[in-house]
Design a binder for this molecule. Structure first.
Ligand SMILES: [Zn+2]
Length: 486
């Protein structure tokens, strides 16, 4: 039974979707004005695994993740997209196109599956205007001088997600009085645009552009309905962004907006949060020059999605090595399966002690994996189970072949494949393409062993070196020579 940590109630709860067998999930997407950094990867890899696991459990999932291309303002009041367009001296929509492509390329490299719908904020202006009109007509919003603001005092539950109270927030130093706002915490639904503002649209209140929060309410409800199952994002979005989404949506529809709020932890650099504004961020492009994208994915999933992720070159290097070990184990298991001369059905009484142990361990590993993932998507624990199983399979793959060993290795391979599929590791790596190749290399190894017994070192070393050039590594052990793919 899947249990998820729900920020709304500050605890783990049984996951019961609104419509049986179906899950609607919305995750706040990127603001496409610059290269994606590790913070983005942490969020989208985390939710990718969540979606993959929901699929694995048999749910039909509709995953919506927006593209913010208007209205997300900096503290200075500048629109991020406009600022980026000025920086690169291109049209705002040119900037949006460029960084949307870059974003998807980076996510593809990380093997993050694309959402089912990636709606752009600028393509949903009519929906946002409609929602603002509803809020105005119901008395939750007011218009001043061509801008529309949400009145937080009109929504008594404002603060229920973040646990903040309006009174406390009001005293907070960051809330500046605003000449147009009735109350300092009120937030903009629609902003009047000056004539020189390039990104602006006509509305019942004149030319302007939407605020950031309203796009997520409008687009999530358009594609997932007034009430849906999961809303995700980084913890930094809990307040004010998600708090405002709840206020807008529930005030407009009179219905609960989201059942489960899931939030991922942030990336930390030397104790500070990784932020574009702090200048301590590492773009994914930069990271991929030093580490393989799958190592970055493994590094991210090695800590729980709700935990902070401390950036560390040592941990990334360790992930790279871990991945190599995993690939080698998979290749060896594959070779062993192909090598086996005669396939027999599984007969428990004919298993050796070691085979029996691994067969049982494999079945246990499958169960433990589901338990780990059922417990609020505990990917780090699932990774531990995966590596332990791969290690044991690797040992067995290098023992003398028997028909029964094959049955066990097939089970190991199948279970590893299941876990890897949910964690989203694209590590097919090298595969032995044919049984003939396995037999051919086996034959060469036998001939070489014969030569070694006859002290023909020069020829036997040459066979080893030539095979190495082809990516086939020979290892001489006391019990004989084994080979694997590099
Ligand atoms: Zn959002």
């Amino acid at each position: 039974m899947l249990r998820v940590y729900n920020t709304l109630n500050r605890g783990k709860e049984k996951f019961i979707p609104i419509r049986e067998g179906q899950v609607g999930i919305y995750v706040c997407g990127p603001t496409v004005y610059d290269y994606a950094h590790l913070g983005h990867a942490k969020s989208y890899v985390s939710f990718d695994v969540i979606v993959r696991y929901l699929n694995y459990l048999g749910y039909r999932v509709r995953y919506v993740q927006n593209i913010t291309d208007v209205g997300h303002l900096l503290d200075t009041g500048e629109d991020r997209i406009l600022k980026g367009a000025v920086r690169e001296r291109i049209e705002p929509m040119e900037l949006v196109e460029k960084y949307t492509r870059v974003y998807f390329e980076d996510m593809d490299a990380l093997n993050v599956r694309r959402p089912n719908i990636s709606p752009h904020a600028s393509a949903h202006i009519p929906e946002q205007i409609e929602l603002i009109k509803r809020l105005l007509s119901k008395g939750y919003a007011y218009e001043v001088n061509g801008s529309v603001y949400y009145s937080v005092k009109s929504f008594p539950e404002y603060g229920k997600l973040s646990g903040r109270r309006i009174e406390d927030l009001r005293e907070g130093a960051r809330v500046e009085p605003h000449p147009e706002k009735r109350f300092p915490l009120d937030f903009a639904l629609w902003k009047k645009a000056d004539p020189e503002h390039i990104m602006r649209w006509p509305s019942p209140w004149g030319w302007g552009y939407p605020g950031w929060h309203i796009e997520c309410s409008a687009m999530s409800m358009k594609y997932l309905g007034d009430s849906f199952d999961i809303h995700g994002g980084g913890i930094e979005n809990i307040f004010p962004h998600h708090e405002c989404e709840i206020a807008q949506s529930e005030a407009a529809t009179g219905r609960p907006f989201v059942r489960y709020w899931l939030h991922n932890g942030m990336v930390m650099v030397g104790g500070d949060e990784m932020h574009k504004s702090l200048g301590n961020f590492i773009t994914l492009r930069e990271l991929f020059r030093r580490y393989s994208p799958m190592a970055v994915r493994l590094f991210i999933l090695n800590s729980h999605y709700r935990s902070p992720l401390e950036y560390s070159d040592e941990a990334l290097t360790a992930a790279e090595h871990g991945l190599e070990r995993l690939k080698a184990a998979l290749t060896n298991i594959d070779i062993a399966i192909r090598r086996n001369p005669e396939e027999r059905d599984y007969e428990e009484e004919r298993l050796s002690g070691q085979e029996k142990e691994l067969f049982e361990a494999t079945i246990d590993a499958g169960k433990q994996f589901r338990e780990a993932m059922d417990d609020d998507f505990n990917a780090p624990m699932a990774i531990g189970i995966l590596f332990e199983l791969a290690r044991k399979g690797n040992v067995l793959s290098q023992l003398e072949p028997t028909g029964q060993r094959l049955a066990v290795l097939k089970k190991v391979k199948e279970t590893i494949g299941e876990i890897i599929g949910v964690l989203g590791f694209d590590i097919d790596g090298r595969r032995v393409e044919s049984e003939e190749l396995v037999r051919l290399v086996d034959l060469l190894v036998k001939v070489r062993s014969h030569l070694r017994r006859m002290a023909e070192w020069e020829v036997s070393d040459r066979i080893r070196d030539e095979l190495n050039k082809l990516g086939i590594v020979l290892e001489d052990r006391s019990e004989g020579t084994v080979w694997r793919l590099k």
